[in-house]
Design a protein around this ligand. Structure first.
Ligand SMILES: Cc1cc2nc3c(=O)[nH]c(=O)nc-3n(C[C@H](O)[C@H](O)[C@H](O)COP(=O)(O)OP(=O)(O)OC[C@H]3O[C@@H](n4cnc5c(N)ncnc54)[C@H](O)[C@@H]3O)c2cc1C
Length: 292
Protein backbone atom coordinates (compact mmCIF):
# COMPACT_ATOMS: atom_id res chain seq x y z
CA UNK A 1 0.00 0.00 0.00
CA UNK A 2 0.95 3.64 -0.20
CA UNK A 3 2.40 5.46 2.85
CA UNK A 4 0.63 8.80 2.40
CA UNK A 5 1.15 11.10 5.40
CA UNK A 6 -1.06 13.81 3.95
CA UNK A 7 -3.25 13.98 0.87
CA UNK A 8 -5.16 17.02 -0.42
CA UNK A 9 -7.10 17.19 -3.64
CA UNK A 10 -6.86 20.69 -5.09
CA UNK A 11 -9.91 22.14 -6.84
CA UNK A 12 -7.86 24.77 -8.71
CA UNK A 13 -4.26 25.71 -9.50
CA UNK A 14 -4.45 28.55 -6.97
CA UNK A 15 -5.60 26.16 -4.25
CA UNK A 16 -2.79 23.74 -5.17
CA UNK A 17 -0.25 26.56 -4.83
CA UNK A 18 -1.65 27.51 -1.41
CA UNK A 19 -1.55 23.87 -0.26
CA UNK A 20 2.04 23.44 -1.45
CA UNK A 21 3.03 26.67 0.33
CA UNK A 22 1.40 25.48 3.60
CA UNK A 23 3.45 22.27 3.65
CA UNK A 24 6.96 22.55 2.14
CA UNK A 25 7.27 18.76 2.25
CA UNK A 26 4.37 18.31 -0.14
CA UNK A 27 4.64 17.62 -3.87
CA UNK A 28 2.14 17.82 -6.73
CA UNK A 29 0.67 14.59 -8.08
CA UNK A 30 -0.50 14.74 -11.71
CA UNK A 31 -0.77 11.35 -13.46
CA UNK A 32 1.05 9.66 -10.59
CA UNK A 33 3.05 7.31 -12.83
CA UNK A 34 6.25 8.42 -11.09
CA UNK A 35 4.91 9.56 -7.73
CA UNK A 36 2.89 6.43 -7.00
CA UNK A 37 5.78 4.17 -8.03
CA UNK A 38 8.04 6.06 -5.59
CA UNK A 39 5.44 5.85 -2.84
CA UNK A 40 5.05 2.14 -3.47
CA UNK A 41 8.82 1.89 -2.89
CA UNK A 42 8.29 3.71 0.47
CA UNK A 43 10.26 6.75 -0.69
CA UNK A 44 10.26 9.39 2.08
CA UNK A 45 10.06 12.42 -0.25
CA UNK A 46 6.69 11.56 -1.75
CA UNK A 47 4.49 11.13 1.34
CA UNK A 48 2.78 14.51 1.34
CA UNK A 49 0.73 14.88 -1.78
CA UNK A 50 -1.25 17.70 -3.39
CA UNK A 51 -3.38 16.09 -6.08
CA UNK A 52 -3.70 18.18 -9.26
CA UNK A 53 -4.84 15.27 -11.39
CA UNK A 54 -7.80 16.18 -13.58
CA UNK A 55 -7.69 19.97 -13.07
CA UNK A 56 -9.42 21.25 -16.23
CA UNK A 57 -7.32 24.43 -16.39
CA UNK A 58 -4.19 22.27 -16.88
CA UNK A 59 -5.71 20.09 -19.60
CA UNK A 60 -6.10 22.54 -22.46
CA UNK A 61 -4.21 22.75 -25.74
CA UNK A 62 -4.69 25.96 -27.71
CA UNK A 63 -3.24 27.97 -30.59
CA UNK A 64 -3.79 31.72 -30.62
CA UNK A 65 -4.23 33.82 -33.80
CA UNK A 66 -0.48 34.57 -33.79
CA UNK A 67 0.28 30.85 -33.90
CA UNK A 68 1.49 30.49 -30.30
CA UNK A 69 0.75 26.96 -29.08
CA UNK A 70 0.05 26.49 -25.38
CA UNK A 71 -0.05 22.99 -23.88
CA UNK A 72 -1.45 22.53 -20.37
CA UNK A 73 0.92 20.64 -18.08
CA UNK A 74 -1.83 18.12 -17.28
CA UNK A 75 -2.22 16.99 -20.90
CA UNK A 76 -1.62 13.26 -21.17
CA UNK A 77 0.65 11.56 -23.70
CA UNK A 78 -2.39 9.96 -25.36
CA UNK A 79 -3.90 13.41 -25.96
CA UNK A 80 -0.57 14.74 -27.27
CA UNK A 81 -0.40 11.83 -29.67
CA UNK A 82 -3.90 12.41 -31.05
CA UNK A 83 -4.68 16.12 -30.75
CA UNK A 84 -4.92 17.86 -34.17
CA UNK A 85 -3.10 20.98 -32.95
CA UNK A 86 -0.14 18.77 -32.05
CA UNK A 87 -0.20 16.33 -34.98
CA UNK A 88 -0.90 19.17 -37.44
CA UNK A 89 1.69 21.68 -36.20
CA UNK A 90 4.32 19.95 -34.09
CA UNK A 91 4.15 16.24 -34.98
CA UNK A 92 7.63 15.74 -33.48
CA UNK A 93 6.06 16.09 -30.02
CA UNK A 94 3.41 13.50 -30.89
CA UNK A 95 6.25 11.18 -31.93
CA UNK A 96 7.89 11.62 -28.52
CA UNK A 97 4.60 11.15 -26.65
CA UNK A 98 3.66 8.01 -28.58
CA UNK A 99 6.98 6.39 -27.66
CA UNK A 100 6.33 6.60 -23.89
CA UNK A 101 5.74 3.33 -22.00
CA UNK A 102 2.54 1.54 -23.00
CA UNK A 103 -1.08 2.67 -23.46
CA UNK A 104 -1.88 2.61 -19.72
CA UNK A 105 1.05 4.93 -18.89
CA UNK A 106 0.27 7.20 -21.86
CA UNK A 107 -3.38 7.47 -20.77
CA UNK A 108 -2.50 8.95 -17.37
CA UNK A 109 1.10 10.21 -17.57
CA UNK A 110 1.33 13.94 -18.27
CA UNK A 111 3.77 16.13 -20.12
CA UNK A 112 4.15 18.31 -16.99
CA UNK A 113 5.12 15.30 -14.87
CA UNK A 114 7.55 14.17 -17.55
CA UNK A 115 9.36 17.52 -17.43
CA UNK A 116 9.10 18.19 -13.68
CA UNK A 117 10.58 14.85 -12.61
CA UNK A 118 13.83 16.04 -14.24
CA UNK A 119 14.56 12.62 -15.76
CA UNK A 120 17.33 12.64 -18.40
CA UNK A 121 15.25 10.03 -20.29
CA UNK A 122 12.00 12.03 -20.59
CA UNK A 123 10.59 11.34 -24.06
CA UNK A 124 8.85 14.69 -24.36
CA UNK A 125 12.03 16.60 -23.48
CA UNK A 126 14.08 16.30 -26.68
CA UNK A 127 11.15 17.30 -28.94
CA UNK A 128 10.32 20.24 -26.65
CA UNK A 129 13.97 21.35 -26.55
CA UNK A 130 14.24 21.55 -30.33
CA UNK A 131 10.94 23.45 -30.39
CA UNK A 132 12.59 26.02 -28.08
CA UNK A 133 9.70 25.52 -25.66
CA UNK A 134 9.31 27.71 -22.60
CA UNK A 135 7.70 26.55 -19.36
CA UNK A 136 5.25 28.64 -17.38
CA UNK A 137 5.36 28.30 -13.58
CA UNK A 138 2.92 29.76 -11.09
CA UNK A 139 3.52 30.01 -7.34
CA UNK A 140 3.13 32.27 -4.34
CA UNK A 141 5.68 34.68 -5.88
CA UNK A 142 3.60 35.03 -9.06
CA UNK A 143 4.10 33.67 -12.56
CA UNK A 144 7.35 33.25 -14.48
CA UNK A 145 8.30 31.86 -17.85
CA UNK A 146 11.69 30.29 -18.61
CA UNK A 147 13.23 28.40 -21.52
CA UNK A 148 13.01 24.65 -21.00
CA UNK A 149 16.77 24.18 -21.34
CA UNK A 150 17.27 26.50 -18.33
CA UNK A 151 14.61 24.66 -16.30
CA UNK A 152 16.80 21.53 -16.23
CA UNK A 153 19.47 21.82 -13.53
CA UNK A 154 20.79 18.29 -13.00
CA UNK A 155 19.65 14.67 -12.79
CA UNK A 156 16.17 14.77 -11.22
CA UNK A 157 16.60 18.52 -10.55
CA UNK A 158 14.57 21.31 -12.10
CA UNK A 159 14.26 25.02 -11.35
CA UNK A 160 10.91 24.75 -9.53
CA UNK A 161 10.22 26.47 -6.22
CA UNK A 162 8.32 24.51 -3.57
CA UNK A 163 4.99 26.26 -4.07
CA UNK A 164 5.19 26.31 -7.87
CA UNK A 165 3.03 24.44 -10.34
CA UNK A 166 4.10 24.08 -13.94
CA UNK A 167 0.95 25.31 -15.63
CA UNK A 168 1.79 25.19 -19.33
CA UNK A 169 4.38 24.79 -22.03
CA UNK A 170 4.53 27.41 -24.77
CA UNK A 171 5.83 27.10 -28.32
CA UNK A 172 6.21 30.20 -30.50
CA UNK A 173 5.33 29.99 -34.22
CA UNK A 174 8.87 30.84 -35.37
CA UNK A 175 9.99 27.63 -33.67
CA UNK A 176 7.78 25.27 -35.67
CA UNK A 177 6.63 27.03 -38.85
CA UNK A 178 9.03 26.30 -41.76
CA UNK A 179 10.88 23.64 -39.74
CA UNK A 180 11.13 19.93 -40.51
CA UNK A 181 11.56 17.78 -37.42
CA UNK A 182 11.84 14.19 -36.26
CA UNK A 183 12.19 12.26 -32.96
CA UNK A 184 13.76 8.83 -32.77
CA UNK A 185 13.98 6.76 -29.59
CA UNK A 186 16.34 3.83 -29.28
CA UNK A 187 15.42 1.39 -26.53
CA UNK A 188 16.26 -2.25 -25.96
CA UNK A 189 12.60 -3.17 -26.45
CA UNK A 190 10.13 -1.55 -28.80
CA UNK A 191 7.57 -0.91 -26.07
CA UNK A 192 7.44 -0.27 -22.32
CA UNK A 193 11.08 0.69 -22.18
CA UNK A 194 13.00 3.77 -21.15
CA UNK A 195 15.19 5.22 -23.91
CA UNK A 196 18.81 4.08 -24.17
CA UNK A 197 19.18 7.25 -26.24
CA UNK A 198 16.53 9.58 -27.65
CA UNK A 199 17.25 12.13 -30.38
CA UNK A 200 15.15 14.96 -31.78
CA UNK A 201 16.26 17.13 -34.65
CA UNK A 202 14.81 20.04 -36.56
CA UNK A 203 16.07 21.79 -39.65
CA UNK A 204 15.18 25.01 -41.36
CA UNK A 205 16.51 24.94 -44.91
CA UNK A 206 16.80 27.74 -47.48
CA UNK A 207 18.12 27.35 -51.02
CA UNK A 208 19.59 23.93 -50.28
CA UNK A 209 21.55 25.21 -47.27
CA UNK A 210 20.97 24.74 -43.57
CA UNK A 211 19.69 27.98 -42.19
CA UNK A 212 19.37 26.51 -38.68
CA UNK A 213 19.75 23.05 -37.21
CA UNK A 214 18.52 22.05 -33.78
CA UNK A 215 19.49 18.79 -32.16
CA UNK A 216 18.65 17.48 -28.68
CA UNK A 217 19.22 14.20 -26.87
CA UNK A 218 17.93 12.29 -23.90
CA UNK A 219 20.07 9.95 -21.75
CA UNK A 220 23.22 11.48 -23.24
CA UNK A 221 24.08 13.53 -20.15
CA UNK A 222 22.78 14.43 -16.68
CA UNK A 223 19.77 16.20 -18.23
CA UNK A 224 18.20 16.25 -21.69
CA UNK A 225 20.65 18.34 -23.73
CA UNK A 226 20.77 20.57 -26.80
CA UNK A 227 23.81 20.21 -29.09
CA UNK A 228 24.79 23.87 -29.26
CA UNK A 229 28.26 23.38 -30.84
CA UNK A 230 27.00 21.07 -33.57
CA UNK A 231 24.13 23.43 -34.32
CA UNK A 232 26.65 26.24 -34.90
CA UNK A 233 28.86 24.08 -37.10
CA UNK A 234 25.88 23.06 -39.27
CA UNK A 235 24.87 26.66 -40.01
CA UNK A 236 25.19 27.29 -43.74
CA UNK A 237 26.15 23.67 -44.51
CA UNK A 238 24.78 21.95 -47.59
CA UNK A 239 21.48 20.21 -46.84
CA UNK A 240 22.54 16.92 -48.38
CA UNK A 241 24.23 13.71 -47.29
CA UNK A 242 27.41 15.61 -46.34
CA UNK A 243 25.40 17.10 -43.45
CA UNK A 244 24.99 13.63 -41.95
CA UNK A 245 28.79 13.17 -41.80
CA UNK A 246 29.36 16.69 -40.48
CA UNK A 247 26.92 16.20 -37.63
CA UNK A 248 28.16 12.69 -36.87
CA UNK A 249 31.73 13.97 -36.49
CA UNK A 250 30.71 16.78 -34.13
CA UNK A 251 27.83 15.58 -32.00
CA UNK A 252 29.80 13.72 -29.30
CA UNK A 253 31.49 17.01 -28.32
CA UNK A 254 28.13 18.28 -27.07
CA UNK A 255 27.16 15.29 -24.94
CA UNK A 256 28.22 13.40 -21.83
CA UNK A 257 26.84 9.84 -22.03
CA UNK A 258 27.91 7.44 -19.31
CA UNK A 259 28.03 3.75 -18.48
CA UNK A 260 24.99 2.31 -16.74
CA UNK A 261 23.39 -1.09 -16.36
CA UNK A 262 21.25 -0.26 -19.42
CA UNK A 263 24.14 0.42 -21.80
CA UNK A 264 27.86 1.18 -21.88
CA UNK A 265 29.16 4.64 -22.69
CA UNK A 266 30.74 3.27 -25.91
CA UNK A 267 27.46 1.80 -27.06
CA UNK A 268 25.62 5.01 -26.24
CA UNK A 269 28.14 7.03 -28.26
CA UNK A 270 27.56 4.73 -31.20
CA UNK A 271 23.77 5.12 -30.89
CA UNK A 272 24.09 8.91 -30.54
CA UNK A 273 25.91 9.15 -33.88
CA UNK A 274 23.60 6.66 -35.58
CA UNK A 275 20.45 8.45 -34.40
CA UNK A 276 21.81 11.83 -35.52
CA UNK A 277 22.17 10.42 -39.00
CA UNK A 278 18.77 8.70 -38.98
CA UNK A 279 16.99 11.78 -37.72
CA UNK A 280 18.70 14.04 -40.24
CA UNK A 281 18.08 11.61 -43.08
CA UNK A 282 14.37 11.56 -42.16
CA UNK A 283 14.31 15.37 -42.07
CA UNK A 284 16.04 15.69 -45.44
CA UNK A 285 13.62 13.14 -46.89
CA UNK A 286 10.70 15.22 -45.58
CA UNK A 287 11.90 18.37 -47.28
CA UNK A 288 12.84 16.49 -50.46
CA UNK A 289 16.57 17.29 -50.32
CA UNK A 290 17.71 13.67 -50.24
CA UNK A 291 15.78 10.79 -51.73
CA UNK A 292 15.51 7.68 -49.54
C1 LIG B 1 5.72 1.44 -16.58
C2 LIG B 1 6.25 2.82 -16.82
C3 LIG B 1 6.84 3.11 -18.06
C4 LIG B 1 7.33 4.40 -18.31
N1 LIG B 1 7.87 4.65 -19.53
C5 LIG B 1 8.35 5.90 -19.81
C6 LIG B 1 8.89 6.18 -21.10
O1 LIG B 1 8.98 5.32 -22.00
N2 LIG B 1 9.33 7.46 -21.32
C7 LIG B 1 9.24 8.44 -20.37
O2 LIG B 1 9.65 9.59 -20.64
N3 LIG B 1 8.74 8.18 -19.13
C8 LIG B 1 8.29 6.95 -18.83
N4 LIG B 1 7.77 6.67 -17.59
C9 LIG B 1 7.83 7.71 -16.54
C10 LIG B 1 6.51 8.52 -16.37
O3 LIG B 1 5.40 7.85 -16.90
C11 LIG B 1 6.61 9.89 -17.04
O4 LIG B 1 7.72 10.60 -16.54
C12 LIG B 1 5.34 10.72 -16.85
O5 LIG B 1 5.35 11.75 -17.77
C13 LIG B 1 5.17 11.32 -15.48
O6 LIG B 1 3.98 12.10 -15.52
P1 LIG B 1 2.90 12.00 -14.37
O7 LIG B 1 1.81 12.92 -14.71
O8 LIG B 1 2.51 10.59 -14.13
O9 LIG B 1 3.78 12.56 -13.16
P2 LIG B 1 3.63 12.38 -11.60
O10 LIG B 1 4.07 11.00 -11.21
O11 LIG B 1 2.31 12.83 -11.13
O12 LIG B 1 4.73 13.45 -11.15
C14 LIG B 1 6.10 13.34 -11.52
C15 LIG B 1 6.91 14.45 -10.86
O13 LIG B 1 6.55 15.72 -11.41
C16 LIG B 1 5.97 16.57 -10.42
N5 LIG B 1 4.87 17.25 -11.09
C17 LIG B 1 3.92 16.66 -11.87
N6 LIG B 1 3.13 17.60 -12.45
C18 LIG B 1 3.60 18.79 -12.03
C19 LIG B 1 3.20 20.14 -12.29
N7 LIG B 1 2.20 20.46 -13.10
N8 LIG B 1 3.90 21.13 -11.69
C20 LIG B 1 4.93 20.84 -10.86
N9 LIG B 1 5.35 19.60 -10.59
C21 LIG B 1 4.69 18.58 -11.17
C22 LIG B 1 5.56 15.66 -9.27
O14 LIG B 1 5.56 16.33 -8.04
C23 LIG B 1 6.65 14.59 -9.36
O15 LIG B 1 7.82 15.04 -8.75
C24 LIG B 1 7.26 5.40 -17.30
C25 LIG B 1 6.66 5.09 -16.07
C26 LIG B 1 6.16 3.83 -15.83
C27 LIG B 1 5.53 3.54 -14.50
Amino acid sequence: MFDFESYHKAESVDEAIALLAQNPKSIPLAGGTDVLVRLHQHHQDYRHVVDIHGLKELKEISKNPNGVIRIGSGVTFTTLTEHPLITGNIPVLAQGASSVGGPQVRNVGTVGGNICNGAPSADSAAPLLILNATVVLKGTQGQREIPLHEFYQGPGKVDRMESEILTSIVIAPENYQCWFAKYHKYAMRDAMDIATIGCAGACNIEGGLVNQLRLAYTVAGPTPLRCWKTEQIAKGAKADESLLELVKSSVLKDLRPRDSWRASKDFRQHVIQTLAQRVLQAILNQCGEVKP
